[in-house]
Write a protein that binds this ligand. Structure first.
Ligand SMILES: CC(=O)N[C@H]1[C@@H](OP(=O)(O)OP(=O)(O)OC[C@H]2O[C@@H](n3ccc(=O)[nH]c3=O)[C@H](O)[C@@H]2O)O[C@H](CO)[C@@H](O)[C@@H]1O[C@H](C)C(=O)N[C@@H](C)C(=O)N[C@H](CCC(=O)O)C(=O)O
Ligand SMILES: Nc1ncnc2c1ncn2[C@@H]1O[C@H](COP(=O)(O)OP(=O)(O)OP(=O)(O)O)[C@@H](O)[C@H]1O
Ligand SMILES: N[C@H](CCC[C@H](N)C(=O)O)C(=O)O
Ligand SMILES: [Mg+2]
Length: 493
């Protein structure tokens, strides 16, 4: 591609240098620049990409995109907004791959990853070729890749969409985080369907207010369906039990399909029964009704199943196929995952790291727990601090014993995070004989299983599938499931 082709795309851009300059790749990280690349300088939250233009030049970049004046001998395309330009350039460079498939985006505070996996399974079982992007991993064809972010930057996103198309992907099911929407990571991406799971408190460190956070999620819906293409209907799948859906419904031109439990909806669940083994319920849909027996556990799982089913029905997947896929589904890594080493009590590892998810998981456990409920959790450092005492109170309200421990403390003092959580536990009425603060997560897990008696339930919350713990700026190997297994074994069960 030539630099001058970009000026045709970006009205207010201006070239300093040779407009015929060719580039053969696009990169935003100077460390990854290869000869011939176009390096785009992004003004970031931690550092400024403009400071790395010289490194990009040394590594053989052929041209640069910048939003601030630069001293360089390379040709520069000056643009008003580098991030915006990056999304547009990436989309053009990879030849608009989202137009060649059906991308289904899932947003909401909790349940995105789980809903993504459920929907991907339904579509794959129906013989569509699927790709997936989200917190745990990215899947392209049969290959699975590690990811840094839940939703990738526009440049990586477009590159990976193209790779998906290269292996014939029909559907990409992806999580769309509020950070991604706010930063425009999905600009240039055409969605077939947007799914909303729910809205509750999280990420106030970034969005500052719930109104901003709600508005960020709303961008997924407001950017959809504004032109009607009969060959490409677009759908917004909204949670009828979450008040934010009213706003999103008004902001989208896509066809709305609702799902819910407490309010009437197009895809609706009733007669829900929850046990430690699974959940059964009746699902009524615009395409018929069925009775489901799931291995997934909890009312929150029913919501995820309804959302995925609504999106699958919109794609014409028959109900009978949806039923078999759902009933086979065993669960998602680190989401309500049981750890069993022959012990006479239950140990559950779950990714609940928000007040709402912790409450849902604990309410579910309370539905079937026959013995005590022992909860171990913490809160991530360098993240929303205001959720800490709230989560402490929830843990206190639902548990017989609480161990407050470290999650990923990152650059914060681990003990200080624990002290932020403690007032919530106290507010729930727990005295020091019913809770403790123990920053070392491994010791805390050992303590939690040692305290358990037959029929008790131990919940290890917050880190789910994560295989590391981030302390300071270092990531140490750490997997709640392995640590719990070893702890149970050492008890001699
Ligand atoms: C606050 C935030 O969202 N930061 C994201 C953002 O980073 P940034 O733009 O601020 O980048 P920066 O580190 O300041 O660097 C600026 C520029 O300099 C470049 N650079 C930097 C160093 C260098 O040596 N050379 C160089 O060229 C960088 O490549 C970048 O282009 O853009 C990066 C690329 O997309 C992201 O990886 C990064 O996510 C960080 C790691 C992060 O922790 N993000 C979290 C908060 C997040 O986004 N979470 C959501 C999920 C939340 C949820 O679902 O619960 C997510 O989608 O992952
Ligand atoms: N529909 C739901 N409503 C409320 N809580 C849920 C729901 N689904 C899952 N959860 C809880 O939230 C936790 C995280 O679920 P999941 O990973 O699917 O969410 P996510 O939205 O992808 O999270 P993240 O923002 O970290 O990517 C689960 O371990 C469970 O405790
Ligand atoms: N996507 C979420 C994950 C949080 C997981 C939790 N274990 C933590 O580290 O806070 C975030 O980046 O805020
Ligand atoms: Mg996720």
């Amino acid at each position: 591609m030539q630099l001058k082709q970009l000026t045709e795309l970006l009205l207010l851009s201006r070239i300093a240098g040779n407009p015929d300059t060719e580039f053969t790749g696009v990169e935003t990280d100077s460390r990854k620049v290869r000869p011939g690349d176009l390096f785009i300088c992004i003004t970031g939250h931690r550092t400024d990409g403009h400071a790395y233009a010289a490194q990009a030049e040394q590594q053989g970049a052929s041209a640069i995109v910048a939003e601030k004046p630069l001293q360089t001998s390379l040709p520069v395309l000056y643009v008003p907004d580098s991030r915006f330009a990056m999304a547009l350039i990436a989309t053009a460079f990879y030849r608009n791959p989202s137009l060649e498939m059906k991308v289904i985006g899932i947003t909401g505070t909790n349940g995105k990853t789980t809903t993504t996996y459920i929907l991907e399974k339904i579509l794959r079982d129906h013989h569509f070729r699927t790709g997936l992007m989200g917190t745990i991993a990215m899947k392209i064809g049969d290959q699975e890749y590690e990811v840094k972010n839940t939703t990738q930057e526009a440049l990586e996103l477009q590159r990976h969409f193209r790779e998906m198309r290269n292996v014939g992907t029909d559907y990409c099911v992806m999580e769309v985080s509020s950070h991604a929407l706010e930063q425009g990571r999905v600009r240039g991406c055409r969605f077939r369907t947007a799914i909303f799971t729910n809205l509750s408190q999280d990420h106030l460190d970034y969005h500052l207010t719930m109104a901003n956070y709600k508005a960020a999620k709303g961008l997924l819906f407001s950017r959809m369906g504004n032109t009607f293409d009969p060959a490409f209907p677009q759908f917004a799948v909204l949670n009828a039990d979450d008040p934010a859906s009213d706003t999103y419904r008004r902001h989208t031109s896509a066809q709305v399909i609702t799902y819910g439990i407490d309010n009437p909806a197009d895809v609706w669940a009733s007669d829900i029964r929850i046990t430690a083994q699974g959940t059964s319920f009746r699902m009524r849909t615009f395409a018929g009704e069925l009775d489901l027996k799931l291995k997934l556990i909890g009312k929150f799982s029913v919501y995820n199943v309804l959302a995925a089913s609504a999106a699958a029905l919109a794609e014409g997947v028959p109900l009978s196929r949806i039923q078999s896929s759902l009933e086979e589904m065993t669960g998602v890594s680190g989401r309500f995952e049981a750890v069993y080493e022959g012990q006479p009590f239950l140990v559950i590892v779950d990714y609940a790291h928000t007040p709402d998810s912790l409450e849902n998981v604990l309410a579910t456990i309370r539905e079937f727990a026959e013995g005590k409920v022992i909860t171990l959790f913490g809160c991530g450092g360098d993240r929303d601090r205001s959720k800490r005492p709230i989560m402490g109170k929830i843990a206190g309200n639902y548990s017989d014993y609480v161990i407050v421990t470290s999650d990923n403390p990152r650059t914060e003092d681990p003990e200080a995070i624990l002290r932020d959580i403690e007032p919530g536990v106290r507010e729930a009425g727990l005295e020091p004989d019913r809770y403790e603060l123990l920053a070392d997560r491994k010791a805390a897990i050992q303590k939690a299983v040692a305290l358990a008696s037959p029929k008790d339930v131990v919940l290890i919350a917050g880190k789910g599938h994560e295989t590391y713990q981030e302390i300071g700026v270092t990531r140490y190997d750490f997997d709640d499931r392995l640590v719990a297994k070893n702890a149970i074994r050492s008890l001699g069960h």
